[in-house]
Design a protein around this ligand. Structure first.
Ligand code: GDP
Ligand code: MG
Length: 163
């Protein structure tokens, strides 16, 4: 089986945008599990000769779950279960939020390898915005712009290195 890379983070940081950048048109068909909708969230990625599955965890809809924090928590836990490497996505424009810190704690406790991606770094003036994310404790943040497609190679270098 292919190794699995999961993209985790609170809503609106750009997970689906980066997911689409990684998979292109290689969407995978996956049957839903009872209580969990998971079609449209699995894709196939390839980088420097490595093939892997990618999960956009934000697309996992958990039936009956209406609390945002609990939903983010459950998505992170599902990702941890399935993933070999986790891409933890945050938003340079928003800075660190409580929900980001919640996700960080869950990921930290899991002991799974994590790559920290800071999205919405749309121009070089924004590069300074990535430094605050060192405090999340996952090492060097990788600057990304899903809008422009920049940083994806660096992100996949870091993720594949940890597989
Ligand atoms: P998700 O909820 O984490 O899956 O986030 P989405 O991929 O749906 O993106 C949320 C919003 O952020 C959308 O309006 C995107 O167009 C926007 N967005 C995504 N990536 C970028 C980026 O690199 N820069 C900027 N400025 N906006 C972005
Ligand atoms: Mg999404």
């Amino acid at each position: 089986a292919r190794p699995v890379i999961a993209i985790v983070g609170r809503p609106n940081v750009g997970k689906s945008t980066i997911f689409n950048r990684i998979i292109g048109d290689r969407l995978a068909i996956v049957e839903d599990k009872p209580g969990v909708t998971r079609d449209r969230i699995y894709g196939i990625g390839e980088w420097i000769g490595r093939n892997f599955s990618v999960i956009d965890t934000g697309g996992i809809e958990i039936e009956g779950e209406d609390s945002l924090l609990r939903s983010i928590r459950m998505q992170a836990e599902l990702a941890i279960e399935e993933a070999d490497v986790i891409i933890f996505m945050v938003d340079a424009k928003a800075g660190i939020t409580n929900a980001d810190e919640e996700v960080a704690q869950i990921l930290f406790r899991s002991g799974k390898p994590v790559v920290l991606g800071v999205n919405k770094v749309d121009n070089l003036q924004r590069m300074d915005d990535i430094y605050e994310f060192y405090s999340l404790g996952f090492g060097d943040p990788v600057a990304l712009s899903g809008s422009h497609g920049t940083g994806i190679g660096d992100l996949l270098d870091a993720a594949v290195h940890k597989l």
